[in-house]
Design a protein around this ligand. Structure first.
Ligand SMILES: [Zn+2]
Length: 357
């Protein structure tokens, strides 16, 4: 598969989706994103339902009109966020879904499979995710078994609501998430059952990154379990070398906070040689930090090979100055650059195809 059709247009694959968690990619606007070549965005359903509220988004004509973004929008299920709240003692899980509070003083709310899909419809999402039951990487066998059972049952409910609701209009895509930790039998069972129900796409669920920063074995395992003609999303895989590996395993779309968050923290990515001439293996890129004395008189751009406004127009010296005086423009320029790096990387992978030839 080289192209994914969505209600708001096609997506060339692989596609990197920046996280527009609260309906904005922090520090940049949609024109910046378009100029970077960003194809689609990932919005956090629970954040947007808390502020400004899904009724506001609907009243404004849906998430695209509200944000001023005409391309595809994917929305997460909220399951991972609620799972994170559970770690802080603010959420609990049962076989019907989650009960959670967004803060110690906040009132208790429920997130179940049906409400999860309805919320994503309200947001006018193009790519929705089923509610899944995420567990910690070190969890025991019984917890992973429960997670797989809940994930399959909830996915079935999500599919029912999706079919009922989509009957009257253009149908957004619904992805199911494959859980099962590092247990091959559980991963296989989860994938098979979800494939039997039938979804528009599938996602890797759980913790893809090992302690050493590489990909865990189940990332390749899940890619082998899903037929190639079905789209596969890698939730949370975002380091450039991991994106390249996962694409070669069979993943098509990616979302991760790394390029945007690291940009604000002063880390920028630069190709060592033009990506068209790079083997995209080993140390094919470097991390550039400008918060040092050495950069004060460095007239080079962040990345000599890059065509973004940050690299075309400004030096490392000037970026360092903007960061030193804490001008917000520094965050905007470094975010634009990092996103452009990811978009160029995806374009190069697309040109070469899956095998990397
Ligand atoms: Zn650049």
């Amino acid at each position: 598969m080289t192209m994914l059709q969505t209600p708001h247009g096609p997506l060339g694959l692989p596609a990197f989706l920046p996280d527009a968690t609260r309906a904005v990619v922090r520090t940049v606007d949609c024109r910046d994103l378009e100029n970077c070549g960003v194809p689609a965005l990932m919005v956090n359903t629970l954040h947007v339902s808390a502020t400004p509220g899904l009724s506001v988004v609907r009243a404004m004509g849906g998430i695209h009109r509200f944000m001023g973004w005409s391309g595809p929008v994917a929305t997460d299920s909220g399951g991972f966020q609620v799972y994170s709240l559970a770690a802080a003692g603010l959420a609990s899980v049962s076989e019907v879904g989650f009960s959670y509070r967004s803060g110690r003083r906040a009132k208790r709310q429920r997130l179940d499979p049906r409400s999860c899909v309805r919320k994503q419809f309200q947001a006018d999402s193009d790519i929705m995710f089923c509610l899944d039951h995420c567990v910690a990487p070190g969890a025991g066998g019984a917890e992973h078994r429960l997670s797989v059972n809940n994930t399959i049952r909830w996915a079935q409910e999500c599919r029912e609501v999706h079919l009922e609701t989509a009957r009257h209009g253009e149908r957004p895509l619904l992805y199911a998430v494959i859980q099962g930790g590092e247990n091959p039998a559980l991963r296989r069972e989860c994938a098979q059952r979800l494939l039997e129900i039938g979804f528009d796409g599938y996602g890797y669920g759980g913790w893809p990154i090992s302690d050493s920063g590489g990909l865990v074995d189940s990332v390749a395992m899940v890619a082998e379990l899903v037929p190639r003609e079905l789209p596969l999303h890698a939730l949370g895989i975002g380091k450039p070398e991991n994106l390249v590996r996962a694409w070669r395993f069979g993943y098509d779309t990616f979302d991760c906070v790394i390029p945007t968050r690291d940009a604000r923290h002063g880390r920028m990515f630069a190709f060592r040689v033009d990506p068209a001439r790079s083997d995209l293996a080993g140390d094919f890129y470097e991390s550039v930090y400008v918060d040092n004395e050495r950069s004060a008189r460095d007239g080079r751009p962040v990345d000599e090979t890059c065509d973004c406004v940050c690299c075309r127009r400004y030096s490392r010296s000037y970026l360092r100055h903007l960061r030193a005086i804490e001008d917000p423009i520094s965050h905007r320029l470094s975010t634009i650059h990092n996103l452009r790096f990811y978009i160029r990387l995806c374009a190069e992978l697309r040109d070469r195809g899956r095998s990397g030839e």
